[in-house]
Design a protein around this ligand. Structure first.
Ligand code: PMP
Ligand code: GLN
Length: 385
């Protein structure tokens, strides 16, 4: 094919291919153990697969309602009630989306317009900033502070202006595995009350929480819930990142605007999977047992690398573990990560990729959503470095 010969003015200059795609491709090319991109290497529940397969065969293959299947929205409302003790109206306050990413993009497109400012916290998940820019917003970068990646609320208060339209938070946090504390929500509440700021709360790892640490959902904090769109992902909760299905919840007036965008971005999402999830969600154990399941994996991985020169910042949530390699090398993160793949056969993600200026703190992110066999092999390699 001949190239387009008109001029192209990129709406995302400076944006290359996502770090997850880059690292996973490199892992495949070098036959390395892939702990880079976040996805499980173990199977999805056969019960859930059978449910989907039955709905496919029974002919549930046409468009579902734009907002999502009514029964699935009811079950989501029950799940939120069971988990956080708060009630959302399935009719007006819950929308099923094509994964967390679409929910985030839709929320940003619904509320951010010309020159609106949006505060995000670095290291930040990679989809926030391009979504803000594509909607002509301005990204304001606050910095999570080492060694435990906490929020400096004085810094945030200085960044808020009359143009601040949205603040995006992510807890449990990718890539650091840290979580917001009650006092963080108190500070956020103080700073946002009596403002027009909308909070976009990315809680896709809500059930992947460890050590009895509590996840403080925006939906359960009076005063914040009323200005929050909360995003969840069944891809994370049910070990099926390839299905791209999740949901967003918000008070009715915010959800009304969200749906205006949603119907033109995707209209509706996969019908047989929605039916299957509605059935599968009936059993609370299918999501409440997840923290224990992943804590075992985190503990297994941390124990297996405890005599290595990599130093963990112990994750309390997500399926990511950040390791500090400063005792091993002075190489920049990207260079060190490439060396690990090519020379040692193990793939990770440099945390610098989550900063717009690629801040380098000698930290790599490893995904531990893997079988013990994979984790053991990976740990053996790390211990020898
Ligand atoms: N937010 C964060 C923090 C994530 O890690 C992910 C997973 N890549 C998403 C959103 C997107 O979730 P989904 O795969 O459901 O689009
Ligand atoms: N959320 C996953 C991660 O952080 C991957 C998402 C993606 O590949 N876009 O690794």
């Amino acid at each position: 094919m001949q190239d387009f010969n008109g001029s192209i003015i990129s709406k995302l200059p400076g944006v290359g291919t996502s770090i997850f795609t880059v690292m996973s491709k490199m892992a495949t090319e070098h036959n390395a153990i892939n702990l880079s991109q976040g996805f499980p290497d173990f199977p999805v529940s056969t019960e859930l697969i059978d449910l989907i397969s039955n709905y496919l065969k029974k002919g549930f293959n046409q468009y579902a309602p734009m907002q999502g299947l009514p029964l699935l929205r009811e079950r989501i409302a029950e799940k939120i009630q069971n988990t956080y003790g708060v009630s959302y109206n399935p009719e007006t306050e819950i929308t099923v989306t094509a994964g967390g990413t679409q929910a985030l993009f839709t929320a940003i497109s619904a509320f951010v317009k010309d020159e609106d400012e949006v505060i995000i916290f670095e290291p930040a998940y990679d989809s926030y900033s391009p979504a803000i820019k594509l909607n002509r917003g301005i990204v304001k970068y606050a910095q999570l502070k080492l060694p435990y990646y906490h929020i400096d609320w004085t810094e945030v208060s200085r960044m808020i202006s009359h143009r601040t339209r949205m603040i995006i938070l992510n807890s449990p946090h990718n890539p650091t595995g840290t979580m917001l504390k009650k006092k963080d929500l108190d500070e956020l509440h103080k700073l946002t009350k009596n403002t027009d700021i909308v909070i976009l709360s990315d809680e896709v790892y809500e059930h992947l929480i460890f050590d009895k640490v509590r996840h403080f959902s925006m939906s359960a904090y009076p005063g914040l819930a009323e200005r929050s769109i909360v995003v969840a992902s069944f891809g994370k909760t049910f070990h099926a990142t390839g299905w791209k299905i999740g949901y967003a919840v918000a008070p009715a007036n915010l959800m009304k605007e969200f749906r205006k965008s949603h119907q033109f971005i995707v209209f509706t999402v996969n019908t047989p999977i929605q039916h299957a999830l509605a059935d599968y969600l009936k059993d609370e154990q299918h999501y409440q047992g997840l923290g224990k399941f992943y804590q075992q994996k985190r503990d297994f991985f941390l124990k297996a690398i405890k005599d290595s020169k990599f130093k963990p910042i112990t994750a309390t949530g997500t399926y990511f573990q950040v390791l500090d390699y400063s005792q091993i090398s002075d190489k920049p993160e990207m260079e060190f990560a490439e060396w690990l793949i090519k020379e040692k056969g193990i793939a990770s993600v440099p945390v610098s990729a989550f900063y717009h200026k690629n801040d380098d703190n000698k930290m790599l992110r490893f995904c531990f959503a893997k079988t013990e066999e994979t984790l053991e092999k990976a740990a053996d390699i790390l211990c020898k470095i």
